[in-house]
Design a protein around this ligand. Structure first.
Ligand code: FPP
Length: 256
């Protein structure tokens, strides 16, 4: 095993299978993904849309393992938006069922894989059973020190910002903060992503070139990678391509 391969709490990190030592030093700390294209992937194969979500769910599981393997610290995925409730109830039901299945399976494997699960979004609209599973997996994995997976569930970027603004307003009304002290850091502390660095790279498969209300606050200086591949087609090769594209960029954060 070369110097770039190492083990963290029993998980073998092998970024050197895909990246040079110099690239490994500059890998994104936080990668986010919009899991788009499940429906079209299925339709192109004359399958029901829900079949696309089933394969997409497996793609997500493998993607998280890959991120863990190469040593990415945070992986945030858009699993269900505040707007996705507009879909037919059967489709919403299958997505919720897939989430439950993933969480149930994760309960036993998270400690071994050292993966922490975290959730962004208004969870109050989830079924009590799913909510209980969310809490259980969050609790069981809270001391895992490897990859942190943030699953966005009933999540909307605008809703997150409104929620933060409201919380800050309440603090101001209660006299616990002066309005002039409400700055970016203060507002960040009310986001679901509190304490988590902003995504370095946001990957969107599915041929659409838009942000769709995802991580609006956090994406200010993220690099974007769009691909015509559909989410179920995103494999290691595609993620490596996305990361290499990120590594080729010159991030200036508004400087020169
Ligand atoms: C977008 O594709 C995908 C979703 C709204 C659902 C994503 C959910 C999963 C992958 C399954 C469960 C998730 C986890 C974390 C286990 P789309 O349906 O909009 O595709 P289309 O644009 O081709 O119609």
């Amino acid at each position: 095993m070369c110097a770039a391969s190492y083990a963290v709490m029993g998980v073998i990190m092998s970024a050197d299978r895909y990246f040079t030592e110099d690239e490994i030093q500059r890998l994104p700390v936080h990668i986010a993904a919009i899991m788009d294209g499940n429906g079209r992937w299925a339709k192109a194969r004359l399958l029901p849309r829900t079949a696309g979500h089933r394969v997409g769910s497996e793609t997500f599981r493998r993607a998280a393992e890959f991120m863990s393997e190469i040593g990415v610290r945070y992986f945030t995925v858009y699993a269900f938006s505040t707007e996705n409730w507009k879909r037919p109830p059967e489709e919403v039901g299958v997505i919720m069922e897939l989430l439950e299945k993933y969480l149930n399976e994760s309960v036993s494997s998270m400690a071994e894989k050292n993966i922490r699960l975290n959730f962004f979004g208004d969870l109050s609209r989830l079924s009590l059973r799913l909510l209980a599973l969310v809490e259980k997996t969050r609790k069981i994995s809270e001391n895992c020190t490897g990859l942190c997976v943030n699953v966005c569930l009933n999540y909307g970027g605008r809703q997150e910002i409104v929620r933060a603004a409201r919380a800050a307003a309440e603090e101001a009304l209660a006299g616990r903060v002066c309005p002039e002290n409400i700055d970016e850091n203060y507002l960040s502390s009310f986001m679901y992503s509190k304490g988590i660095p902003d995504p370095d790279l946001i990957i969107r498969p599915g041929r659409e070139v838009r942000i769709s209300n995802f991580l609006l606050w956090q994406c200010a200086y993220s690099e974007f990678y769009f691909t015509d591949k559909m989410w179920p087609e995103m494999d290691e090769t595609e993620f490596v391509k996305a990361i290499k594209s990120y590594l080729d960029r010159n991030r200036r954060f508004g400087g020169i």
